[in-house]
Design a binder for this molecule. Structure first.
Ligand code: MGD
Ligand code: MGD
Ligand code: MO
Length: 874
């Protein structure tokens, strides 16, 4: 047995740096990227396989997995086994999972979290192009003279790309942002269309009509390369009319709609980038096609600076699509209904078990689990207990499933808690393989850390199970390179141009060449041995006749609407410094600072009308009392009235009740099966707290305290909890339980509701509790947290404990730039000293000069400071 890592590897690891030669980022990293080393500590890693909570050897765990699968296949048929995979696996992992499930177990029930992410874009691509292909490349986002960003908060979610878009700013380049919220991305916009949620199809149908009526169509391109234009235009005419009607329906100023349409009509080099605001909708596929229709109609596709561009999210969402990780595809861009594909793949894999028809898509898959049809569920690299809609139902489904296998690199998650068999997977830095990004660019991910504990690569775990199921030959690979070569060979199988996804020129890479593989954009074949940046410039679509298809689409709105007092629409999405369910990013003290708590953003008028208080707590409840989200109220003028925004990140590990997905109904797009995660109806109620607190304890300290609200905010050397309670607490009687022993220092002012206490043992800090009547009266705890590093406190440190700050060092205020740790007070001071723009702040403090995602906040600091007459420059 290998020995586990001792100590905190994060501390030993070198800081992370970007690769200047990589064509996607040219060395730039976002703050999550540059903090990666802080997320790799072995204290949170899965280290050993566990069966029913007990640590076991790999042999035993793999026997259990293979035994459970074999028993389910024998007793209930192969369809009783299901896999739920993830865009965070590497392509090699994904390939082996798909081969094992579809090829050798014979179950079609293999789906992935990409269903929640990209499946509408995939379906729209297939309908229009005959294949799931992103036609353009990142450079197009720079070259475009008109950049339309719809349903995408690029500044926060693709910050490196956003920096490229920003750097490409030049006179005459215009940016339109289409998003119901005014996001950080809207900073870059010449025009922000804060449309009514769900009305994108209408807006783009209106655009198609405008293009036709103003003579902006490219009749040559339509005639030579497309089918179905008239039907699409008819459908658009039926649904969208003059800009005035479009404006009314989308709840936009008519002038803005006209401006957008004019700009689009007049600008040959136009890119429309779309992401989850489009995909995560019950009409997401139609929205995607409404966008693509406008690009086909103007011939703006596959040309430099022009094209529809689906922005993917996860590191390897695209790789998963390539191997066939989605339930409705087979493998290597071959579909269940591609003539001869089943037989061809069966022959290639040397198996006769390939299912005949597609399996369940994610939401249906978990319904099947809930109904008891699935006996063995293997979840790999995803956290469905948090990320799937109606999360309470998902949890129940997993609890009832006879055997749940979970492969993860993090031990304690909402999903690993439900595992019967928990398998330790290698995580980032430990893994070896490839990923594909939004522009079809395949990159090597290379191992540079030893695996923590006994963790193994996902593909190897799968291959070992395949061998245990009796398929020695099919699963005998000695390294990731061998898996990749097989995957590349399959992509080339009887391809001869039928599928753009073709890696034939990579099928014979030596191990050494694979090791050195430079980033390359597929197709990589005889014709394009070094890959290809743009596709479809001259047609050549994967539709059989080589022509793209216009898809006639009619707007379809979400079915529910707020009807009762106190009800609002909710929209769920991401924040700048957290990744999904926080299993890794919450480990970085730097990253938890930007937004430490789950929050509810509402327009200031709504805050007042709903009887809420900015900075206070509120609870959201779904229809039929489904779900519950408890978070801090933020008054945000960029929110549309009647609509709330909540982050998707907090799980049961980090907050009492803040699962955004518990509020989302399992409504899906009929074509793609993607859930409508951007829309729900909830009621809002204030939560009146009698006190707010901060509790800081060593990481391993047991709980024992109770509060009506808590959020865990991990710090470098300890855990901190943000707390609140609805009833007053007699602290002098309770404090011992909260601090794990009697306090040594106490400060109490019952008249103002202030209570502070600290406990030490042998001079080392064991706990601090800070209580106030209002949350904004609580001090910043970063200095206190730093004292938990095991040191014996000196006199000065003890004296600072109850005021929560080092008496000698200046307070830098709330963190603004996570990359360089620059606080608001430092920025304000620099502005007072004469800094008048972001560049000067960057030169002086470095803030905003790495990932740049705090630049909107820096601008806000500048605007606020320079707006104050007393501060204004003479
Ligand atoms: N910091 C950070 N970055 C990430 C991630 C992360 O977790 N954290 N996750 C990655 C992943 S997997 C993904 S998929 C991407 C997602 O990247 P994005 O799609 O940019 O992310 P979201 O914040 O989910 O949603 C984008 C926007 O859609 C808007 N929207 C909601 N409804 C509508 C609508 O009806 N129409 C339009 N036009 N817009 C609407 C929302 O207000 C929101 O601002 O981000 C990736 N990058
Ligand atoms: N309401 C709402 N719900 C949403 C969304 C939304 O906007 N709103 N967005 C959706 C989207 S776009 C996405 S992509 C999903 C994301 O949702 P999830 O996929 O559930 O979220 P993650 O936190 O990324 O989960 C990844 C898990 O894999 C583990 N992991 C990381 N690397 C590896 C590895 O190499 N091997 C293994 N075995 N495990 C690994 C991590 O520790 C973590 O537990 O959420 C979706 N759900
Ligand atoms: Mo995603």
């Amino acid at each position: 047995m290998a020995t586990p890592h001792s100590g905190d590897r994060a501390g030993d690891s070198p800081p992370v740096a970007g690769d200047r030669d990589h064509p996607a980022n040219y060395g730039r990293l976002c703050v999550k990227g540059s903090s990666l080393h802080e997320t790799t500590g072995s204290d949170v890693h899965t280290l050993y396989p566990r069966v029913l909570g007990r640590q076991v050897s790999w042999d035993r765990a793999l026997d259990e997995v293979a035994g459970a699968i074999r028993a389910a296949m024998e007793n209930h048929g192969p369809e009783s086994v299901a896999f739920y995979l993830s865009g965070q696996l590497l392509t090699e992992d994904y390939y082996v999972a798909n081969k094992l499930a579809k090829g050798f177990i014979g179950t079609p029930h293999v789906d992935t979290n990409s269903r929640l992410c990209m499946s509408s874009a995939v379906a729209a691509h297939k309908r229009a192009f005959g294949e799931d292909v992103v036609p353009g490349c990142y450079e197009d986002l720079e070259l475009a003279d008109l950049l339309v960003l719809t349903g995408s908060n690029t500044a926060w979610n693709h910050p490196v790309l956003y920096q490229r878009m920003k750097a490409a700013d030049r006179p005459g380049r215009r940016v339109v942002v289409i998003d119901p919220r005014r996001t950080a991305t809207a900073e870059l916009a010449d025009l922000h269309l804060a449309l009514k949620p769900g009305t994108d199809t209408l807006l783009f149908n209106g655009l198609l009509v405008w293009l036709a009526d103003t003579g902006a169509l490219d009749h040559d391109y339509i005639g030579q390369h497309c089918n179905g234009f008239d039907e699409a235009l008819d459908a658009a005419r039926r649904s969208a009319f003059a800009p005035q009607k479009v404006a009314e329906a989308c709840d936009l100023p008519e002038q803005d709609v006209v401006t957008f349409y004019r700009w689009f009509a007049d600008t040959a080099r136009t890119v429309t980038a779309f992401s989850q605001g489009v995909n995560q909708s019950s009409a997401g596929t139609d929205k995607g096609n409404a966008i693509i229709n406008c690009h086909l109609a103007t011939g703006r596709i596959g040309r430099s600076g022009a094209g529809p561009f689906s922005l993917t999210g996860q590191p390897n969402a695209m790789g998963g699509r390539e191997v066939g990780g989605l339930a409705n595809t087979l493998a290597a861009h071959m579909e269940y209904d591609t003539p001869g594909a089943r037989e061809r793949i069966g022959e290639f894999w040397n198996t006769d078990r390939i299912p005949h028809a597609p399996g369940h898509k994610a939401v249906d898959l978990f319904d099947a689990v809930h109904r008891g049809e699935i006996k063995v569920l293997w979840v790999m690299g995803t956290n469905p207990a948090v990320s799937l809609p109606d999360s309470d139902h998902i949890r129940e489904a997993m609890k009832h499933c006879p055997v749940v296998i979970v492969s993860d690199c993090i031990a304690q998650t909402d999903t690993t808690e439900l595992a019967d068999i928990l398998l330790p997977a290698e995580g980032w830095g430990e893994k070896d393989g490839t990923v594909t990004n939004s522009e079809r660019c395949i990159s090597r991910q290379r191992r540079f850390l030893p695996a923590a504990g006994n963790a193994r690569a996902d593909w190897r775990i799968l291959a070992d199970v395949g061998q245990r199921l009796g398929h020695d030959d099919a699963f005998r690979w000695s390294n990731a390179a061998e898996v990749f070569r097989e995957h590349a060979r399959l992509s080339a199988l009887d391809n001869d141009g039928a599928r753009q996804f073709d890696l034939s020129a990579l099928a014979d890479l030596t191990d050494e060449e694979y090791e050195q593989l430079a980033p390359v954009q597929w197709p990589v074949n005889g014709e394009h041995p070094h890959g290809r940046a743009r596709l479809f410039t001259d047609g050549g679509f994967s539709t059989g006749d080589g022509r793209a298809r216009f898809v006639p689409v009619q707007p379809r709105m979400p079915q529910t609407r707020p009807e009762h007092p106190g009800e609002v629409i909710i929209n769920t999405g991401r924040i700048r410094d957290q990744w999904h369910t926080m299993t890794r990013t919450a480990r970085s003290p730097r990253l938890v600072q930007h937004r430490s708590e789950p929050f509810i953003e509402l327009h200031p008028d709504d805050v007042a009308q709903l009887g809420l208080e900015a900075g206070g707590l509120a609870r959201l409840t779904g229809r039929d009392d489904k779900g519950s989200f408890l978070g801090r109220v933020r008054a945000e003028p960029g929110q549309r009235p009647g609509e709330a925004f909540v982050p998707i990140h907090w799980s049961r590990q980090f907050s009492l009740a803040a699962l955004a997905s518990s509020l989302i109904a399992p409504v899906t797009d009929p074509v793609s099966g993607q859930p409508e995660s951007k829309y729900g109806v909830v009621s809002v109620r204030p939560v009146h707290a009698a006190w707010h607190g901060r509790l800081i304890r060593p990481r391993s300290a047991p709980g024992g305290w109770q509060a009506d609200y808590w959020t865990r905010v991990p710090q470098a050397h300890c855990d901190a909890w943000w707390l609140a309670g609805c009833k007053p607490v007699a602290w002098q009687r309770q404090v011992t339980r909260w601090l794990g022993g009697a306090p040594d220092l106490v400060l109490e002012d019952s008249a103002s509701g202030l209570y502070r206490a600290a406990r030490l043992q042998d001079g080392r800090l064991q706990g601090v509790l800070l209580v106030a009547r209002h949350a904004d009266e609580l001090p910043d705890i970063s200095w206190l947290s730093s004292l938990f590093d095991g040191r014996t406190l000196n006199g000065q440190e003890r004296r600072g404990l109850l005021s929560a700050r080092d008496v000698d060092v200046a307070d830098t205020g709330p963190l603004v730039c996570s990359c360089f740790g620059i606080g608001e007070l430092q920025i304000e001071a620099a502005i007072r000293d004469g800094a008048r723009d972001v560049e000067t702040l960057g030169r002086q403090l470095k803030c905003g000069t790495n990932c740049g995602s705090c630049v909107p906040e820096l601008r806000e600091c500048l605007a606020v400071a320079t707006a104050e007459p007393a501060e204004a420059a003479p």
